[in-house]
Design a protein around this ligand. Structure first.
Ligand code: C2E
Ligand code: MG
Ligand code: MG
Ligand code: MG
Length: 279
């Protein structure tokens, strides 16, 4: 009886492993089909300098346009990371973002930088070569591209991630540490990797006016970043008081609903065309 019970246990484990694998396969197929049918869209959120108010860059954020709704990345990026299709999706994101930058350049709109989010899998999926070829295809300079990495992207194989990050930095691409403060050892990461920018996570920003711990953490980070010539960008700024406080602390730039949500290509283009928005 006992061994039979163990057998049952083993069988159900293995069946659920199969179910998980099947589910991952299904997701991979759906994502590949979505890419083929051109269902993915990039939205763009402006990033503004706190002192001048000018646009310092835009962040590209992917969405999936399905027949009935616009699906946010939280619903498919984790699946794409699990089944590896993030590499192909990420190549599309990078190409599309660079195509948009090249379009603005032809229109004489000089957006200083395009920021693109990159996952751990992509680092190992030949990212340096992909970045190099994509920049060349659209005649962009490496300094026009910023790659946003989260701490989780660096966890599984820190030594390898570090080597790839240095290759990207040597290429002239800017690296930024996304979601600063939500990981385990963000400060250590900042020390060991060639980041030029750090993004203060919106959780801290949303609490900084009410919670002195969050306020102090942001202040410490900005002070350290200044000493190390690292640029700071605050994410998820929704209230004027947050922007004023960040400005008083010497934060360099901000993004958030207070200025604009992520916008589709035509609308961010209109936004950038307004007089005085770009340098
Ligand atoms: P993230 O890179 O930290 O992006 C910031 C998120 O905050 C975005 O969510 C953005 O829409 C949202 N946000 C912007 N302003 C505000 C605000 O004022 N208040 C609040 N509450 N939120 C704001 P989104 O677009 O849903 O993206 C979620 C995450 O999905 C991103 O976090 C990023 O980690 C991932 N992601 C998005 N696009 C890509 C992509 O192309 N590739 C990869 N690998 N990951 C992506
Ligand atoms: Mg980001
Ligand atoms: Mg973030
Ligand atoms: Mg995030």
């Amino acid at each position: 009886q006992y061994s039979c019970g163990r057998w049952e246990l083993w069988r159900s484990d293995s069946e659920s492993a199969h179910a998980v694998a099947r589910e991952a396969d299904r997701w991979a197929q759906r994502i590949h089909a979505g890419l083929k049918q051109e269902e993915f869209r990039l939205y763009y959120q402006p990033q503004l300098a706190l002192d001048t108010g000018k646009v310092v860059g835009v962040e590209a954020l992917v969405r999936w346009q399905q027949s009935d709704r616009l699906v946010p990345p939280a619903e498919f990026i984790p699946a794409a990371e699990n089944n590896g299709s993030i590499v192909q999706l990420g190549e599309w994101v990078l190409d599309e973002a660079c195509r948009q930058m090249a379009f603005w350049q032809r229109e004489d709109m000089h957006c200083p930088r395009m920021a693109v989010n990159v996952s751990a899998h992509q680092l190992r999926g030949g990212i340096v070569d992909t970045v190099w070829r994509t920049l060349a295809r659209h005649s962009l300079a490496p300094s026009q591209l910023e790659i946003e990495l989260t701490e989780s992207a660096l966890l599984s194989d820190p030594a390898e991630a570090k080597a790839i990050a240095h290759e990207l930095a040597d290429l002239g691409v800017t690296l930024s540490l996304d979601d600063f403060g939500v990981g385990y050892s963000s400060f250590a990461r900042l020390r060991s990797m060639p980041f030029k920018t750090v993004k203060i996570d919106h959780q801290f920003v949303s609490r900084m006016t009410a919670d002195s711990y969050d306020y102090d953490l942001i202040r410490m980070l900005i002070d350290l970043a200044k000493k190390k010539q690292i640029t700071t960008i605050a994410e998820g700024v929704e209230q004027p008081e947050q922007r004023e406080l960040l400005s008083s602390l010497g934060c360099d730039a901000w993004q958030g609903y207070l200025c604009a949500p992520p916008l589709p290509a035509e609308r961010i283009t209109q936004f950038l065309r307004q007089p005085g928005v770009l340098q």
